[in-house]
Design a protein around this ligand. Structure first.
Ligand code: ADP
Ligand code: MG
Ligand code: MG
Length: 887
């Protein structure tokens, strides 16, 4: 029966996650696949959106739920809450994007004072019935009625203490009956209303509570972090209960089709006998490894492995499932394509290619540059012979060091002050999310690889060690005690190894990751390195964009080459004027006449020539795009204010200040600009300070000659910055050509270097057709182009109002981080079109931070440009993203 808002499991499928949420859609998919799924139906996200908008459920929803509930009751042969033999249901949240544990779910709906007796009677298991009732009243009390969870926890722990039992499993029927009574008194006292006895009222209010949980604090924090839109809403799935808490022949668990940490195949997960729902994830009891189920109930285990195989074949990817065994019978309650570590993402995708399940384009879609970056982060030195403070489950790989903190408030406080922290908790709940976001790593005392902490940390790429049982964590006292008596107090530095599952006191030394070792040396080793190497090979064969590097030194050039750069797209020459060469630049600035100036420039020439020769050697056979000096000259002078102070102090003391200092101060006074970024820099400087271009070009040309004589293949290209008009480019270019020819004549070899221009002013972009006539190539300097298009200083804005804009959502992201398509992008596109009209085969590149940003790369890959140029460390992920943009 197809209605407007409610869909039976038999009506949905996995491609309807928009409407049914991921959970509802996949339950429908599994039902269609014939897996053992308890029957049910899903209220659509449409209904939730109406509710969120108007504060009331849509008209007709009630009747639709009536009809679907009647069908469900008919198919099972019991009515919701029927006193002698009740049907119970779960009311489950589930949005389009997985938000594990961030919204609410209520189990055992339909129990009341009468049906709890019926359930006890028909099941023959009285404890089980009261345990379920206890769970319902507790979940309903917190979720629907808003009583603080801690109030119920306090009752439970007092009862456990009174009865002398370690966990809830030890509580007997009389305990549970008493607890239910206390819970209900608590609800009445806190809310002024009784726990509702009418099963249908329970159901309806549970549905609305799940709707409301979309806007709960933790759900909103999670969405912001994961960039999930706020207006999607959640679906609500109503499903017949199956009971993992009905005795030792029952239980509940979470399983993966492969290890989500390493990608190794084989069923993998946690199992908890005689338990329901959240018991595994919340870490209230320590779960057993999945293999224990094989021993406890081989038949159920076999069936589960069969289901896992079927699901992986069907979804063609790693899946995780929630399952329950009720008196030996297996039920599947949820599946989704599972979250995984970066390492597992690469290994699984490679394995699936080898198994013939997916092809390379699909494999490329399943990993990203961010994951690759993670794999290049350093690890702890395995040879450091420090004894771990505690061992736990290696839940999310990597190494992290930080100050131990024991609650969210302290974690966020210290992190905001810039201090790295490690969040240490007995277990985490969704309320700890802001603390997890703030922390470098998470350590918990309880729970396994499928606990909340583990799942969330893996999703965020955060280091995590779970279930460090030998750590006695005292949140109140803000300390943790290790088995050997060592105490970690709040603020103490600890080191967390999420790959090995160990925690250390103090700061452990770090070493390069195996993937970085591969990038540096090219040595391939089996496992994750081999998987990454294959992906990069594929990426290089797939991508259309060339990837070059920004490098200013021979050392950077060599690293860039090892990291896969196809040349240098931006070599900044100003770095060659720093350090002890600064004095020579000062001489140039202080020069009183042409002779002085020539002397200063002549002194700079051999130094630059050597730099260029080394860089050209490191990039032999590949283009090296050298940008002529760009920053304003006064940046090379000593700090103006400090000079003024020194001079004034000397004079005050009746001494004559240092003559050179005075001259530099005066030069600074002359050169200083209110707005240096829009001042005398780039091509303007080259045209105004005679000899500057000539010296730089001579150094490049002589370096080229030197490399040619050494039998090399130098490919220097000369790039002129900050051009606004072709009238600047023409004379600048003529001067470049003149010097090249001159050096060529002196050396007796032809020195040919392409000469191009940067496009980093709106006027340059707008007059691209004319500039193209004088340029052999274009390079878009998107940092400056963003600054000048927006009229927004990069150096100042980030610290002041841009932060406010981002906070208030006036801008979704900084235009310096992700290229602004509507503005800067439009200038680039029109410039490319105009330039190509003048010169169809003009080479066009993009250098600037944006070349290392995935979103920007995907945009740029769609333009008819030739290359992007990024910093050496961004190269691997940029190579990968450029291929992903094409595949
Ligand atoms: P979450 O999105 O937080 O995982 P779920 O809706 O999946 O929330 O439910 C929470 C827990 O309750 C899970 O462990 C799930 O397997 C269990 N659960 C949900 N519905 C049922 C049901 N009908 N029978 C038994 N257990 C259920
Ligand atoms: Mg939940
Ligand atoms: Mg779930």
């Amino acid at each position: 029966m197809a209605g407007a808002y409610v869909y039976d499991f038999s009506e949905g499928s996995r491609d309807r996650a928009d409407l049914l949420g991921g959970k509802g859609a996949n339950l429908a998919e599994m039902t269609r696949l014939g897996l053992p799924v308890p029957p049910g139906f899903t209220v659509s996200t449409d209904a939730c959106r109406v509710f969120l908008r108007t504060g009331a459920p849509p008209t007709g929803l009630d009747r639709e739920i009536d009809e679907h509930l009647a069908d469900l009751e008919k198919s099972i042969g019991r009515r919701l809450g029927q006193p002698d033999d009740p049907l119970l249901v779960s009311v489950r949240s589930g949005a389009r994007f997985s938000m594990p544990g961030m919204m609410d779910t209520i189990l055992d709906v339909g129990l009341n004072d009468a049906s709890v007796l019926g359930l006890a009677e028909t099941s023959g298991r009285e404890r089980f019935a009261w345990d379920s009732y206890r769970r319902l009243v507790q979940m309903y009390g917190t979720t629907v009625l808003g009583v603080a969870a801690a109030r119920f926890e306090a009752v439970l722990s007092r009862r456990r203490a009174e009865s002398g039992v370690a966990d809830d499993l030890g509580l007997g029927v009389s305990d549970l009956v008493a607890i239910v009574r206390e819970f209900r008194a608590l609800i009445a006292a806190d809310t002024g209303e009784e726990f509702p006895q009418d099963p249908r009222e329970q159901l309806d209010r549970a549905v609305l509570a799940v709707f409301r949980s979309w806007n709960g604090e933790r759900a909103r924090v999670y969405r912001r972090r994961e960039h999930i839109p706020d207006d999607l809403g959640t679906a609500v799935t109503v499903q017949a209960m199956v009971f993992g808490n009905s005795g030792p022949d029952s239980g509940t668990g979470v399983a993966f089709t492969r290890d989500p940490g390493t990608g190794r195949t084989g069923g993998y997960g946690d199992y908890l006998p005689d338990a329901q729902g959240e018991d595994v994830v919340s870490g209230v009891r320590d779960a057993h490894p999945l293999h224990d189920l094989e021993r406890l109930d081989p038949a159920a285990y076999e069936r589960l492995i069969g289901c896992l195989g079927l699901l992986e074949a069907h979804y063609r990817d790693l899946c995780d499932v929630e399952f329950t065994v009720e008196r030996g019978r297996l039920w599947i309650l949820q599946t989704r394509v599972g979250k995984r570590s970066a390492e597992a993402a690469f290994r699984i995708a490679c394995a699936l290619v080898d198994e013939g399940v997916i092809d390379w384009p699909e494999a490329l879609a399943r990993v990203d540059g961010g994951q690759l970056d993670q794999l290049t982060f350093p690890r702890f030195d395995a040879h450091a012979d420090t004894e771990p403070l505690a061992h736990g489950v290696p839940a999310s790989p990597g190494a992290a060091v930080g100050a131990a903190v024991f609650d969210v408030a302290e974690a966020t406080r210290r992190a905001e002050a810039g201090e790295p922290v490690v969040l240490v908790r007995p277990e985490t709940s969704p309320d700890d999310l802001p603390g997890m976001i703030a922390a470098e790593a998470v350590v918990t005392g309880r729970g396994g690889k499928t606990s909340h902490a583990a799942v969330v940390a893996r999703g965020m790429g955060k280091v995590c060690v779970c279930g460090a049982a030998d750590l006695d964590i005292d949140v109140e006292g803000r300390r943790a005690a290790a088995a050997d008596g060592t105490v970690v107090a709040e603020g103490d530095t600890i080191s967390v190894d999420g790959t090995a599952g160990t925690v250390y006191l103090g700061e452990l030394p770090l070493v390069a990751s195996p993937v970085t070792h591969y990038l540096e040396t090219g040595e391939r080793t089996p496992g994750v390195v081999e998987a990454v190497a294959r992906f990069l090979d594929r990426a290089d064969a797939t991508r259309r964009l060339d990837v070059l590097a920004n490098a200013d030194t021979a050392e950077d050039a060599a690293r860039a080459r090892r990291f896969g750069a196809r040349g240098i797209g931006l070599c900044r020459t100003e770095h060659m004027f720093l350090g002890d060469r600064r004095r020579l630049v000062e001489e140039l600035i202080l020069a009183r006449d042409d002779a002085d100036r020539k002397q200063a420039l002549d002194a700079l020439l051999p130094l630059q020539r050597r730099d260029f020769t080394d860089i050209l050697a490191a990039m032999d056979g590949l283009p090296v795009t050298i940008r002529l000096i760009d920053p304003p000259l006064h940046e090379f002078l000593p700090d103006h204010t400090e000079s003024a102070v020194r001079i004034a102090r000397e004079r005050a003391a009746g001494r004559e200040p240092d003559a050179r200092e005075v001259r530099m101060y005066e030069a600074g006074e002359r050169l200083r600009e209110r707005n240096p970024m829009l001042g005398l820099r780039g091509v303007r400087l080259a045209l105004v300070v005679p000899g500057l271009i000539a010296t730089q070009v001579r150094a490049i040309a002589e370096a080229t000659v030197a490399r040619l004589r050494a039998g090399g293949d130098p490919r220097a290209e000369i790039m002129i910055p900050l051009v606004a008009t072709v009238e600047e480019l023409r004379p600048a270019r003529a001067e470049v050509e003149r010097v090249l020819a001159e050096v060529g004549r002196e050396a007796g070899v032809a020195v040919r270097c392409p000469v191009g221009t940067m496009i980093e002013l709106p006027r340059a972009a707008l007059t691209a057709a004319e500039l193209a006539g004088e340029a052999d190539f274009f390079s878009f300097g998107t940092n400056d182009l963003t600054q000048t298009t927006w009229g927004l200083s990069r150096d100042d804005a980030e610290a002041s109002f841009l932060a406010v804009y981002l906070e208030r959502g006036i801008l979704p992201v900084s235009p310096f981080e992700t290229l602004d398509r509507a503005g800067v992008g439009r200038l680039i596109e029109s410039a490319v079109t105009d330039a190509r009209r003048t010169k169809p085969d003009l080479r066009i590149g993009v250098c600037g931070e944006h070349a290392g940003d995935p979103t920007s790369i995907h945009y740029l890959a769609g333009l008819p440009i030739t290359y992007v140029s990024c910093s050496p460390y961004r190269l691997p992920s940029t190579r990968l993203e450029a291929a992903r943009a094409t595949a």
